[in-house]
Design a protein around this ligand. Sequence first.
Ligand code: EPZ
Length: 424
Amino acid sequence: MQKLIIKGNKPLRGEISIQGAKNSVLPILASTVLLTGKTVLENCPALSDVFCACRILAQLGVKATINGNTALLECNQNDDAEISEELMLKMRSSIIFLGATLGAKGRCTLYYPGGCELGPRPIDMHISALRKMGVRITEKHGALICDTPSGITGAKINLPFPSVGATENIILAAVKAKGETVIYNAAREPEIKDLANFLNKCGAKIKNAGQSKIIIEGVAKLSGCEYSIMPDRIAAGTYIAAIAATRGEGIINRVNSEDMESFLPVFEQMGCKLYPYSNKIYINAAHRLSSVKTIRTMPHPGFPTDIQAITMAVLTKAQGTSVFVENIFESRFRHVDALCKMGADIRVEGKAAIIEGVDELSGARVGSTDLRGGAALVVAALSATGKSEIYEISHIDRGYEAIENYLTALGADIKREHILKKDF
Ligand code: EPZ
């Protein structure tokens, strides 16, 4: 067990370069099951979710070697097609291996990924889409046993909701299917475009990724390639939030500010000065921020649910009342109790959270409940007066590469310590 110790209320100042995107590298890693030959991924973030994905790949016949931020993948087309329940439960997004394994081997056995800290994580859209493509799926004692008696065939699929994971699973099942697949109401997140760019470089024929209607023409073979993962827009937003919350200034390198257009305007409404130029963003927030009336999380290009908790942490000390409406996940306000323990004034009413800005937060001992909620506690601790201790940081390590190193580079007083179970 580890904890982060943060001494806050110190303006962050400095320059960092952003890690590769967790939500892009995971589906791209899954897609290597479909490839022959070697693949080299640059800008691969060193995250526990990435290491878990590599363990799943090993069960599917793909040898993954990670060296710093470079991943080497060698796919030996074998007929291993089962993912253990232990690994499925470790990482909820492992459902993304279903489409790729079916596309590569015509069959797959895995287990319900189960709920997670954000509430139930249903996969009904994944299953109904794959069934339309000729996949036979039987559910038995929590296992999903899938096969394709007459192979995977392209289909027209209309998603009732632009689900990111379902869009990715359909693409992964369709790239080597017989015929054409059209996805209507597809998710438009930038990570979908990154997956399609990677697969097209391997020989796939995917059109309009990033738009609502995606067309995939199945091909017979896909070969490994060299590719660099897109920058993590949510991690970039997290460090911008840390600078904003501490009234600091800094430069974030290796970002694509276009991917962040869904939330940067909110930071500008608060009063942050943001200047994107080339692949950098300069931030200056050297004064008290103002509240933002109502922020509604929506599918891209709307305000991303993944940055909701982190933005809330910044607004706890802004002048005035801010309101969030969480439209994507059922329980994504679990960070609120810990923020209130630090002195924030927040009340939750159903899907809405109402934040009354306070003058000061105080350091406290708090526990992370989920990945982005944990990052929000770090942001709040950086702006709080005094010392905070943040526990359960394995949640944070799922999506942030050595968060303490990045924040130290921005001048934060933060360190990671090992603890014995009894200390918490
Ligand atoms: C992806 O999750 C991301 N994870 C999430 O990021 C992100 O919050 C989410 O997309 C929304 O942007 C990865 O990319 C690995 P969805 P995913 O399918 O694919 C419901 C983070 O912090 N739904 O778009 O699981 C679902 O319950 C993580 O980095 C169904 O009802 O999200 C949710 O309410 C957290 N049935 C909504 O749709 C389905 O079959 C959006 O889910 C599928 C989804």
